[in-house]
Design a protein around this ligand. Structure first.
Ligand SMILES: [Zn+2]
Length: 581
């Protein structure tokens, strides 16, 4: 195999040590040497990394590529931003268990991938019958980045209880609970990281194949606390990880999570990652509460909580009434499930409108700022709308703003596209959260809500902000926080490039961080999405080389180039099993 010599770069090992000028030699998929001056080696490929950063590939600790990796295993939209390991099976959703149609119904609305497209990807292609066989299958997929997975509780619940009971019974029977525990044990034996559960009611069932439950929250959300506890105790014994999506609007949710994670004199605390620490526009004081909860949970109650944190403003796009932000409006659950004609009927019906106004004005904890002046129109059949917010458009029309908003939804439905920054808008607060010992950066949610958001480049944005605020976070700490720190916490072998380690390594040009990164996503029409699109990101020439398993997966020296075998041959990423086996 080829030897590669990277010369004169600033080398960050991923362990938190300061960057120092070094040459790095890669041989046979491993880091062969890190030296002051590498010798000349015959036939070696040479890369000049003068003034560039050499560091371990980044982890995306929260991704939803479970379906996508079956058809587009290269996962190019993460690799191009320097991500060499992705964690899937989050938010109680995974492809490990469940009938094909159930998996489509579970993923379609949350990931916002058309059911037609998902059906083509999944139906007829699921050959695995249990958690162990799913991992054996993942072993054969020619993934670009490395992959590790949680077992999704919604799938587990559907599999054990059957679809109807999983949606209607809060309390599983003792027999069902025992079956769930046995399957979780099997998954941990196979090397899964742990289990993901979802307490957030806004993740909903699409209902293309099982319309009886259209708009229902995914099954994990319904489960009794005692069920979560039984699963958590299996994880605790095996030193694995619980991933939780909390109920953001239910204050007791955090107490429930702390109790699940809490240790004691004879009890280990359970590693628990929580989505997500957000600095909400609708309540700018809430991040202080988050810090307090982290402190009380971790320092006083002996829990082991890590809030996953997004390193950029949380920018969401919506198509008229169809937006994940509207999933918290009871009136809109039906509207999102309906077709255009159905929604037109709703938004012209006085009773529905009255209900919508009531919910719009309802003052309660909410991720959505519910402010029309924060909702900017990016596309509309009426060209004069574009670039204005809904409040401006209403003023120009001389109509009360919420009334006018409903009129526009009635008339243009999904043809009117808008964007809204809901949270993480203050850079100083964001940096405080990203640096907090109770938080983990590296939450990008790649592959989720495909039409609504894109944060695949989140790690790079952390570096940009670390450059601006070295007093808050030095670069070596930012590198550690995106590589070895989460890898160790999750229990996988990744995240450092010491001698002898697998060569998952990237080269970054720090002078490009300010100029080349953007918060705005772009629309991408990939042929596998069958005429639909998804939002993705571009990061210019920030990332110049990405090595995975010693092979150069991506280069950008002015021209973007993915390796021709990426996503085709099994020479790049691999399934990473838990170290705790
Ligand atoms: Zn998620």
């Amino acid at each position: 195999m080829q030897t590669t010599i990277i010369r004169n770069g600033i080398y960050f090992d991923g362990l938190g040590n300061k960057g120092i000028k070094k040459d790095v030699i890669i041989k046979d998929n491993k880091i062969e040497a890190v030296v002051d001056k590498a010798p000349n080696i015959e036939n070696a490929k040479e890369i000049d990394a003068t003034d560039k950063w050499i560091m371990p590939g980044l982890l995306d600790i929260h991704a939803h590529y479970d379906a996508e990796l079956e058809v587009l295993p290269a996962l190019e939209e993460s690799v191009r931003h320097g991500v060499t390991t992705v964690i899937i099976g989050n938010c109680s959703l995974s492809a490990a268990l469940g009938k094909e149609e159930e998996i489509v119904d579970l993923f379609a609305r949350v990931e916002n991938i058309p059911a037609k497209v998902l059906s083509q990807w999944m139906i007829g292609n699921i050959k695995w019958k249990n958690v162990r066989e799913y991992y054996e299958h993942l072993d054969t997929v020619p993934v670009g980045p490395n992959v590790a997975s949680f077992l999704g509780h919604s799938n587990l619940r559907m599999h054990v209880m059957g679809l109807d009971r999983s949606f209607t019974q809060k309390n599983a029977s003792e027999d069902e609970l025992k079956k769930m525990e046995t399957i979780v044990e099997e998954a941990l034996d196979a090397g899964y990281l742990g289990v993901s559960i979802d307490m957030l009611p806004f993740h909903r069932w699409a209902g293309v194949y099982a319309p009886k439950y259209t708009g229902f929250s995914v099954p994990s959300q319904l489960a009794a606390k005692s069920e979560y506890k039984r699963l958590a105790n299996v994880l605790r014994k095996r030193n694995r990880v619980l991933q939780i999506t909390p109920n953001a609007i239910e204050k007791t949710s955090f107490m429930t999570i702390t109790r699940l994670s809490q240790g004691g004199f004879f009890k280990k605390s359970l590693k628990t990652t929580i989505v997500a620490a957000l600095d909400l526009k609708s309540n700018e004081k809430i991040y202080n509460l988050l810090k307090l909860l982290g402190f009380i949970g971790n320092k006083i109650l002996r829990a082991d909580l890590k809030f996953q944190t997004l390193s950029v403003p949380f920018l969401n796009y919506g198509d008229g009434p169809v937006s994940p932000l509207f999933e918290e409006f009871p009136s809109m659950i039906k509207a999102i499930s309906a077709d255009a004609a159905g929604r037109h009927a709703m938004f012209t019906d006085p009773t529905f409108r009255k209900q919508f106004v009531k919910e719009w004005n309802h003052k309660a904890a909410s991720v959505f700022p519910k402010a029309l002046k924060e909702m900017w129109i990016v596309n509309s059949p009426v060209s004069t709308h574009i670039g204005k917010n809904f409040e401006q458009v209403a003023k120009e029309a001389g109509v009360e703003p919420v009334e006018h908003f409903m009129n526009l939804l009635a008339e243009y439905d999904t043809k009117i596209r808008w964007k809204c920054e809901t949270s993480n808008h203050r850079e100083n607060v964001r940096m405080e959260l990203l640096n907090s010992e109770h938080c983990f950066p590296g939450f990008n949610d790649s592959g989720a809500h495909n039409l609504n958001m894109a944060f695949h480049d989140g790690g790079l944005h952390l570096f940009k902000q670390a450059m601006r605020h070295p007093e808050t976070m030095p670069i070596e700490r930012a590198v550690y926080r995106l590589t070895k720190e989460p890898a160790d916490y999750l229990g996988i072998d990744a995240g450092d490039i010491s001698v002898g380690k697998r060569a998952d390594l990237i080269i970054i040009d720090p002078t490009r961080l300010e100029s080349d990164l953007t918060t705005e996503p772009i629309e991408d029409y990939h042929p596998q999405f069958e005429g639909s699109y998804r939002l993705i990101k571009r990061s210019g020439k920030v990332v110049q080389h990405v090595f995975i398993n010693g092979n150069e997966a991506y280069t950008n020296n002015g021209e973007v180039k993915f390796h021709e075998d990426l996503g085709k041959k099994k020479i790049f990423g691999r399934l990473l099993r838990s170290n705790w086996n």
